[in-house]
Design a protein around this ligand. Structure first.
Ligand code: BGP
Length: 466
């Protein structure tokens, strides 16, 4: 049974919804030069085929959009602040007031509808200037710039925002150093030592943000955000089991450090055996001890791991990926669907850390068909999305019944948005359809899908009717 305090809602990110990429003093972010997500190299300048430059125009339509979300009874709305609206280049001394004012209006609108904002401080949208002039998180100076940015927004939105996430899917930097860490050096040229140094800087920055946040307002609840992905052994061969464990360590070190405040032993071994050296500045070990209040994570897929090089063939999937599971079906984008994996990961995280969990991303990216609803408007009959969400929510409820403490659930892309990995509109997640197409055409009008009414009922009954 879902607890009465359960926070039901949906999730978005600034670069995927806002548009207005140069309005009111905003600087460019790395997303403005990533027209096709992670599949193609970045461009020198923003190009017209980059759908994120307009997004779904949330910047101008936030009132209408938040009202729509409130129509489903949302208790929480996850969104991110675009760092480049607040510090257009990233290294300025003073923030951009117009950028700050925009989020005041957004949070006030949330408040008007009784919706709690859940704010990601950095969601794949590092200011481009920091990528080009500092090589992103490879550079230690980013810690100071980030600290200035978070101090500014914590002070400004204190009293309006209580729940914060430091970095979206922080472990995705392992495979997407530009999108996740603003690192301009190409992946091929990036050494493992530089990659892990960048990771260290982000981990220190994350802990520092937690410290600063708690000092500014002890009521703040600050969480880490991890791309979660159960890694099953492909067979019961103990070699596969160990391989799965080792693969999992690469991700779980991020949670370990956020929750326990120090590098785990297996990581020290991994770094040593791979001749990776991380430079700890004085005070880093102390800062890392500022641990999070809760663990948030995205959940879309599970994968397998094998020690057999012939079978070790990576399939499609989210940013990290792995060997496909022969027992599971996949979405149209090749992401394998595994509702039970959600119960499993919740139990694993809870058993290990005993920290409250928050599922801040989960959902099905699919092609939708807008059809006449017989009442003079349009809708989408998205029973496939309802099925996906229902199955995952049932497993989440199982986890809660297992004794796991879960704070809430925010369905990803609650209103259609530009996808992250492929930067297209066609891959839709929302309860609300947005009339915009891959070629940039469309009226941007919003339409409620069948899932809108379904989710409304789920929230209304606190998960009793699914
Ligand atoms: C996560 C990101 C989101 C997001 C989602 C779905 O990795 O945090 O920003 O978009 O996955 O991925 P995609 O948009 O590629 O379908």
């Amino acid at each position: 049974m879902f607890p009465n305090t359960f926070l039901w809602g949906g999730a978005t990110a600034a670069n995927q919804i806002e548009g207005a990429y140069l309005e009111d003093g905003k600087g460019l972010s790395i997303q403005d030069v990533m027209p096709h997500g992670i599949k193609t190299p970045r461009t020198a300048e923003p190009t017209e085929d980059n759908l994120k430059l307009v997004g779904i125009d949330f910047y101008h339509r936030y009132e209408e959009d938040i009202k729509l979300l409130a129509g489903m009874g949302f208790k929480v709305f996850r969104l991110s602040i675009a760092w480049s609206r607040i510090f257009p280049k990233g290294d300025e001394e003073q923030p951009n007031e117009a950028g700050l004012a925009f989020y005041d209006k957004v949070f006030d609108t949330c408040k008007k509808y009784g919706i709690e904002p859940l704010v990601t401080l950095s969601h794949y949208e590092t200011p481009l200037y920091l990528a080009e002039h500092y090589d992103g998180w490879k550079n230690r100076k980013l810690i100071d710039f980030y600290a200035r940015y978070v101090t500014t927004v914590f002070n400004r939105y204190k009293g309006k925002v209580k729940y914060w996430l430091t970095f979206n899917e922080i472990n995705s930097i392992l495979n997407s150093p530009f999108m996740s860490g603003g690192i301009n050096t190409s992946m091929e040229e990036l050494s493992q030592s530089d990659l892990y140094q960048a990771i260290h800087h982000e981990l220190v920055a994350s802990a520092l943000a937690t410290k600063i946040g708690h000092e500014i307002d002890p009521e703040f609840k600050i969480g880490c955000m991890i791309l979660s992905m159960p890694i099953y052994p492909l067979s019961c061969d103990p070699k596969d089991v160990i391989k799965a464990m080792e693969e999992d360590h690469k991700n779980s070190m991020f949670t370990d450090i956020h929750v326990r405040g120090y590098y785990p032993g297996y990581m020290k071994r991994y770094l040593k055996e791979n001749s990776i050296e991380i430079e700890f500045a004085e005070g880093d070990a102390e800062i890392l001890k500022n641990t999070v209040d809760f663990i948030s994570f995205s959940y879309y897929v599970s994968v397998c791991a094998t020690a057999d090089p012939e079978k070790n063939i990576r399939g499609e999937g989210n940013l990290l990926g792995g060997v496909p599971n022969p027992y599971l079906k996949a979405s149209e984008w090749g992401w394998q669907i595994d509702p039970r994996g959600l119960r499993y990961i919740c139990n694993m995280l809870w058993d290990k850390y005993q920290k409250p969990l928050f599922v801040v991303e989960n959902g099905l990216g699919a092609v939708d068909q807008l059809v006449e609803d017989g009442k003079g408007s349009y809708t989408v009959h998205d029973d496939y999305r309802i099925d996906y969400l229902r199955e995952h929510l049932k497993q989440l409820e199982e986890a809660i019944d297992d004794g796991v403490e879960v704070m809430g659930y925010t369905a990803w892309g609650c209103i259609d948005l530009v996808s992250a990995s492929t930067a297209e509109m066609k891959k839709r997640y929302g309860f609300v359809y947005v009339d915009r197409n891959n070629d940039g055409t469309g009226s941007l009008k919003r339409y409620k899908k069948d899932s809108f009414y379904w989710y409304k009922k789920v929230i209304e009954t606190n998960g009793e009717v699914m």
